[in-house]
Write a protein that binds this ligand. Sequence first.
Ligand SMILES: Nc1ncnc2c1ncn2[C@@H]1O[C@H](COP(=O)(O)OP(=O)(O)OP(=O)(O)O)[C@@H](O)[C@H]1O
Length: 226
Amino acid sequence: MSGRASGGGLLRLSVEDLACRRSGRRVFAGLSFALGPGEALAVTGRNGAGKSSLLAILAGRLRPDAGRVAVADVGEAALPECLHAVGHRDGLKAALTAGENLAFAQALLGVPRIAPRPALERLGLGHAHDLPVAYLSAGQRRRVALARLLVCHRPLWLLDEPTAALDTASQGLLAGLMAEHRAAGGLVVAATHQALGLEDARTLALAAPEPGAAPSSVDADPEDWA
Ligand SMILES: Nc1ncnc2c1ncn2[C@@H]1O[C@H](COP(=O)(O)OP(=O)(O)OP(=O)(O)O)[C@@H](O)[C@H]1O
């Protein structure tokens, strides 16, 4: 892993003429956008429009049907080394404490930023440091998952419905974290059905899925995010 590139560098992301096909059905096509340091993109659209699929392609977990995703200004780092992905599932080990989960993520992802305890405190969960995640509520688990954003620096945050299970106060905390990240040159791409408090974010509205289209087979699940 390249420390400077994925850790300290600013990143530019460009997506050109991207298309996605799942179980034989075209989900979207012709998507192009570019994001530079400090910019954010809110991806909207009805259920099944392809929001999670787009994030999975950006994360390198799903192969596009056409088009390309490119990053610049990150040295030799590959795109997956430059991003955090928080999906629908929290990706936490229930038997480990919140602190242990974050320490594991920090060791795995590299480029440490702040320690697990202060990261949990930022999310209002300092008291949960030594509690097994199994004992936490859905909203508390989501906040532990979001604390992963803080224990390692990665310039691109891919967030899939990040406010799911969060109360109003926690949504405010997340909005503050995203604002700080962007102020430091980071990028945010968030799939959402509701306002996230992303100031000056651009919006990408994915079209409604074809009527009557149901998956006939299952491919790699983008929600299986660690
Ligand atoms: N693992 C999978 N295998 C096959 N098809 C899938 C898989 N996951 C999603 N799809 C299909 O891809 C299309 C886009 O799904 P996706 O989850 O990207 O939509 P979404 O906009 O994120 O929806 P939601 O708002 O419900 O989260 C849907 O038609 C869905 O049936």
